[in-house]
Design a protein around this ligand. Structure first.
Ligand code: ME8
Length: 530
């Protein structure tokens, strides 16, 4: 049997500094959808996620909880895994940077850089942002505050190791030039070049002595490895790079798509490829930088009391509705906004009116006119029959293009394009009139085309809303796994004889009372974490 092509996807490893809200969950939700999509297309897709457990920030949070950092992160790892389970994230590995398999190799990598001279000893004096674990120069500050998080910075001075970034700046630019797919969306590349590389890339301080919670530098243990160098190497150590068993590394490296939020673009688009060049390794094919989910009044924050946790939405509205909103709300290259009004509206319009109604109407009519048996294909009997086939095939190709660009929100819009077209097809062909006038051939054709179009929709929905897709297949009576594959939507299947739809359809989504639900979300999003 021919080996499947591999596709390695990573999320950032999260700081376990608090409960994850819908914004943080977003990165992992899109990563999961991408994995399921590539699997559907026949790839051997592998998804890595995990936790970034070292650094001063974690040390401080653990202290606030009166806990040892290790105990604190152990608890948080359990919580993180629970959330990913609740979100049905199909990850293949969950790496924690306090694990031996990671710390040993991170040390080896640091040693290697010391041996090659890429890391050298110096003294650091600068302005430090503790939450971001980053030094800044005066000119990098925005209004005197951290350019990444907007918080206060404080002057600090310490003996430290540095990574010679300057040496690699030109090589990085050449890499950008020759690999147009490396950065998505493209405007992030211009941002990196203009804001960081052209003004002159500074060497990066890669060790700390002011606190202990980190991986000690093997050859100089009073230093701990800077949390970003430690963290970035997780993408390699999780695959067993430089370890006895490195078969996963041999199989999956270089990564196909690494997904990161806009706040950590610089680390992944500049430092990360430079580390890889210095290690003599291949650079990932694509790094996708997504924008953020914002609230109407700006960022989600405890002090504003405007945090929305995924559990709130999943428990009340279901997993697929929650995922649909997240995937749809952020068009990747722009920030998206969460508002209770918008959530309820999308639920009622996109999920109930558009998708839910299409399924109900189709199932209802097949039962009413055909006692559940789907009629056979009999060519194009109505003027709209050929058009709907053509439109759906075209939208499917457009969907594929959007997914190639990793534009999840736009890809969903293409699926909804099919749904809208199908609802319009019902209105235009008016099957109830065809039934009354006993235009059997025409009615056969409409119902066949509807069921087949809905099967296309369900196949395409699988990576994003697996439970909904499953329910549509069940209601349509599609049991054969061959009718759920990517291959199966190359063409309209002519033979749907084996399909008998269910007698009574189950509504996929039940319409929400707008005022009540807006109120419910508003009340609950004020709650602070337990
Ligand atoms: O950055 N909307 O971890 P993290 C969308 N440990 N995405 C958001 C968001 C929002 N409102 N808020 C946060 C770290 N994110 C590092 C990564 S990787 C080697 C180390 C995203 O827990 C954020 O952009 O602070 C990032 O992609 C992810 O949540 C985890 O952030």
């Amino acid at each position: 049997m021919q080996e499947k092509e591999t596709f390695y996807i990573t999320t950032p490893i999260y700081y376990p500094s608090g409960k994850f809200h819908i914004g943080t969950a977003y990165t992992t939700v899109i990563a999961d959808s991408l994995k399921r999509y590539k699997k559907l297309q026949g790839y051997d897709a592998y998804l890595l996620t995990g936790l970034d457990e070292h650094g001063q920030k974690i040390e401080t949070v653990a202290k606030e909880h009166n806990m040892q950092p290790q105990n604190y992160v152990d608890n948080m790892a359990v919580e993180a895994k629970k959330l990913w389970e609740k979100l049905n994230i199909e990850y293949d590995d969950f790496i924690r940077t306090t694990e031996d398999r990671h710390t040993k190799i991170a040390q080896k990598i640091f040693d290697y850089f010391m041996d090659t001279g890429d890391i050298y000893k110096g003294e650091y004096e600068g302005l430090y942002c503790t939450p971001c674990e980053t030094f800044f120069t005066e000119t990098q500050l925005v209004n005197g505050k951290c350019p990444d998080c907007g918080r206060d910075v404080k002057p600090m001075k310490e003996e430290a190791y540095f990574f010679n970034m300057k040496k690699y700046a030109q090589k990085l630019l050449e890499f950008y030039d020759t690999h147009p797919d490396f950065i998505k969306p493209e405007y992030r590349k211009t941002e990196m070049i203009n804001n960081f590389i052209k003004p002159g890339l500074e060497d990066l301080c890669v060790s700390r002595t002011s606190f202990d919670w980190g991986i000690p530098v093997k050859k100089d243990p009073k230093h701990v490895i800077y949390v970003w160098l430690d963290a970035l190497t997780n993408y390699l150590t999780a695959l067993g790079y430089l370890s006895e068993d490195d078969h996963l590394f041999q199989k999956y490296w270089p990564a196909s798509v690494q997904i990161v939020g806009k706040d950590i673009a610089r680390f992944h688009l500049i430092y990360w490829p430079i580390f890889l060049i210095a290690l003599g390794l291949e650079i990932p094919k694509t790094i996708l930088v997504h924008n953020w989910i914002m609230m109407k009044d700006g960022k989600m924050s405890k002090s504003k009391g405007n945090i929305v946790y995924p559990e709130l939405l999943i428990d009340r509205y279901g997993l697929d509705a929650t995922k649909y909103f997240l995937l749809k709300a952020v068009p990747v290259s722009q920030d998206g906004v969460f508002s209770p009004e918008e959530f309820v509206e999308r639920f009622n319009i996109d999920l109930c009116n558009d998708l839910g109604n299409l399924v109900n109407r189709t199932i209802g009519m097949i039962n009413k006119y055909y006692n559940g048996k789907v009629p056979e294909y009999n060519g194009h009997q109505n003027e709209q029959d050929e058009e709907i086939e053509r439109t759906i095939k075209k939208q499917k190709l457009e969907f594929e293009d959007r997914m190639k660009e990793l534009q999840f929100s736009n890809a969903l819009s293409e699926i909804w394009g099919i749904i809208t077209r199908c609802n319009k097809y019902i209105d235009e062909t008016a099957p109830w009139i065809l039934a009354k006038q006993e235009e059997k051939e025409k009615l056969d054709s409409v119902m066949y085309h509807l069921v087949e179009s809905l099967r296309f929709v369900a196949v395409l929905l699988q990576p994003f809303m697996p439970d909904t897709a499953k329910s549509i297949f069940e209601q349509l009576g599609v049991e054969n796994a061959d009718y759920k594959t990517w291959e199966s939507i190359k063409e309209f299947y002519k033979d749907l004889k084996q399909i008998t739809v269910t007698k009574t359809g189950t509504p996929l989504f039940v319409r929400l009372n707008k005022e009540e639900e807006i109120d419910y979300i508003k009340t609950n999003m004020k709650a602070l974490p337990k």
